[in-house]
Design a protein around this ligand. Sequence first.
Ligand SMILES: CC(C)(COP(=O)(O)OP(=O)(O)OC[C@H]1O[C@@H](n2cnc3c(N)ncnc32)[C@H](O)[C@@H]1OP(=O)(O)O)[C@@H](O)C(=O)NCCC(=O)NCCS
Length: 182
Amino acid sequence: MEPYSYEIRTAIPSDASGIIECMQSVMSEKIYLVSEVYLYTERGQKEILRNPDDLNLVTVFRREVVGTMNIQRGIYKKNRHTANLGIAIKKEHRGKGFGSEMINRGIRWCREEGIVKLNLEVFSSNEDAIRLYEKLGFKIEGSRKGQFLVDEKYVDDVMMTVYPMEHLDDVGKTNLSHGMDH
Ligand SMILES: CC(C)(COP(=O)(O)OP(=O)(O)OC[C@H]1O[C@@H](n2cnc3c(N)ncnc32)[C@H](O)[C@@H]1OP(=O)(O)O)[C@@H](O)C(=O)NCCC(=O)NCCS
């Protein structure tokens, strides 16, 4: 493994096809995300990446997008103080600290942007992810019982929230197991 070969950075429009490929590979596993097919075209994905209201990060390994995180701010006056986080890392690249690093950067960005509430939704069956989000400062705010059928079992839609303005930096920071470019 090359040292310093992973990079976490803001996504640019030319990352669109890599992001689509990354999202589709995680959706194809069928147990982590609601949709099993990523519906955005490359053009649609580029539009998302150009939206100055939102944050899109990628983890890149040897020019391949192996992880992606999106924070989308509420689009109405009534919910612009909130944002939703979505994250997906390709199977072979999990457990190396990239998810934690992207989420911590996302929380910092929310604070700089004055976002009061950062939300995410996760299946109750995704216990490792829930534990990780708790470690990073998220708390369970509520759940919708039996909202999804995953792997032939009903699971809850767990809603988790962190308050970036009150959040300490880099809670639960893991040491990255591979060098980072920056
Ligand atoms: C959840 C996810 C974003 C975490 O990112 P990551 O880079 O794997 O996590 P990190 O390396 O920063 O942190 C490791 C922790 O994540 C936990 N984790 C959660 N889901 C995991 C998974 N599927 N594989 C490996 N580790 C996972 C590990 O248990 C580990 O906890 P520990 O530090 O107590 O041992 C990533 O595993 C992922 O994309 N999973 C599949 C898709 C998904 O669940 N998306 C979120 C839907 S809400």
